[in-house]
Design a protein around this ligand. Structure first.
Ligand code: HEM
Length: 410
């Protein structure tokens, strides 16, 4: 198995290829030719017997893999396909405690419990507090005149939203934010944060969340934690399950939304006609287009549980399958002019929140609310915001991230 049309040694899990640009030309090549490609990884991946993975790049195929958990399991090696030096067996075992890495029926049980915290009513209840936060964040940035949009604006709202959702008291929020930020930054070589600090922060966050759960079990309040851990008659989460759930939220809901907001700002500033349109009409479709355009989570991975066929290729039991949302979201079979940033795009069946299977993003409505609120606040308070430099990208094969975006707040 080889892929002659791609450059020698090309591997979508290599973080270095994402520092300059996303591999859209390569994805386009893959989509146009064979439907599913074998990408060799000559050095193998620790804990796995194979020496490569299947790259799934078409919209329809990404959906098919996502919706068949009995064939394409989330149980082995989880989310990120990346080079082995980062992944060890014991890490994989710990990751199995996170719902993202569970298969039905175990996943179904946990999902049914936690989705009680994400009903439309629960999300609506956060709107006023988050609107007020968004207004304050934007006013603070405006006072500074100019600066890094990522740290000044994009970082805070996603963390505040998670803290509001699970009812973290104000005085504890800076601790939670610090742990969350250390966890998501630990494999960034440009930051002086090591893998150990990332792991320590994860442990501290889990233990904080377990204590919060224990408190609420003993003394229920009117918040989501109490609902998830104390609703004995409707099933509940054990304190450690709650701890791992909060850990997942801190990763899944934090940097994803931060990057959607940063990319959204960059997209608006480089497409002034769309910014003018947004300021005038505030179309609800803008949030979805930002997520399609940016695709903050670029890929996930599944493992075949049995010999199967996908896109005309035979996939053997135990082989890994990478699903590339960033490619699916530019598939011309589904999107007209996929390279255009068009905030009125409708319908917009993008796969930025997943391919519609059991793991479909639990926080979609919350993320969309945050995106809407922050851009409304920006349009109201700093309509003349301008770009003041090229964005600095995150070195990651998994998250499409912006680390720094200098802007003049107008
Ligand atoms: C799962 C993307 C925001 C919580 C996912 C998945 C993707 C995704 C691609 C996996 C879907 C699959 O495997 O089918 C995003 C993007 C976001 C975002 C692009 C922001 C723009 C959030 C927020 C939260 C959240 C704000 C919560 C605060 C979760 C959880 C899961 C998940 C808990 C796992 C669901 C499960 O395993 O059943 N997200 N997400 N996400 N997301 Fe999000």
């Amino acid at each position: 198995m080889s892929c002659p049309a791609l450059p020698e040694g090309f591997d979508f899990t290599d973080p270095d290829i994402y520092q300059q640009r996303l591999p859209f030309p390569e994805f386009a090549q893959l989509r146009q030719t064979d439907r599913v490609w074998w990408i060799p990884q000559p050095h193998g991946v620790a804990g796995f017997d194979d020496d490569g993975y299947w790259a799934v790049t078409r919209h329809a195929d990404v959906k098919e893999v996502s919706t068949k958990p009995e064939i394409f399991s989330s149980h082995l090696n989880t989310a990120i396909i990346r080079f082995n030096e980062h992944i060890h067996r014991d890490q994989i075992d710990v990751q199995k405690l996170i719902m993202l890495n569970m298969d039905p029926p175990e996943h179904t049980r946990v999902r049914q419990i936690v989705q009680r915290g994400f009903t439309p009513r629960a999300i609506r209840a956060l709107e006023d507090a988050l609107r007020e936060r968004a207004t304050r964040i934007v006013a603070g940035a405006k006072e500074d005149g100019s600066g890094d949009f990522v740290t000044d604006v994009a970082c805070e709202l996603p963390l505040q939203a998670i803290a509001e959702l699970i009812g973290v008291p104000q005085q504890d929020r800076s601790k939670i934010f610090d742990w969350s930020n250390k966890m998501v930054a630990y494999d960034d070589p440009e930051l002086a944060i090591t893998e150990e600090i990332g792991a320590e922060s994860a442990m501290e966050l889990i233990s904080y969340a377990m204590n919060l759960a224990a408190d609420r079990k003993a003394c229920p309040a009117k918040d989501i934690v109490s609902q998830l851990v104390a609703a004995e008659d409707q099933g509940n989460l054990a304190s450690d399950e709650f701890g791992f759930f909060v850990l997942l939220l801190a990763v899944a809901g934090n940097e994803t939304t931060r990057n959607a907001i940063s990319h959204g700002m960059h997209a608006f500033l480089t497409h002034p006609d769309q910014w003018e349109l947004f300021k005038r009409e505030r179309p609800a479709s803008a949030a979805d287009e930002i997520v399609r355009w940016a695709t903050p989570v670029m890929s996930f991975q599944r493992t075949a549980t049995q010999d199967t066929e996908l896109g005309g290729q035979r996939i053997a039991a135990g082989q890994r399958v990478g699903i590339f949302y960033s490619s699916a979201n530019h598939d011309p079979e589904v999107f007209d002019r996929p390279e255009d940033f068009d905030i009125t795009r409708d319908p917009n069946p993008h796969l930025g929140f997943g391919g519609g299977g059991p793991h479909f993003c639990l926080g979609k409505s919350l993320a969309e609310l945050e995106i809407r609120l922050i851009f409304n606040a920006i349009a109201d308070a700093m309509p003349d915001v301008r770009l003041a430099g090229d964005p600095r990208r995150l070195r990651s094969p998994w998250l499409n991230g912006i680390k720094e975006l200098q802007v003049n707040y107008g």
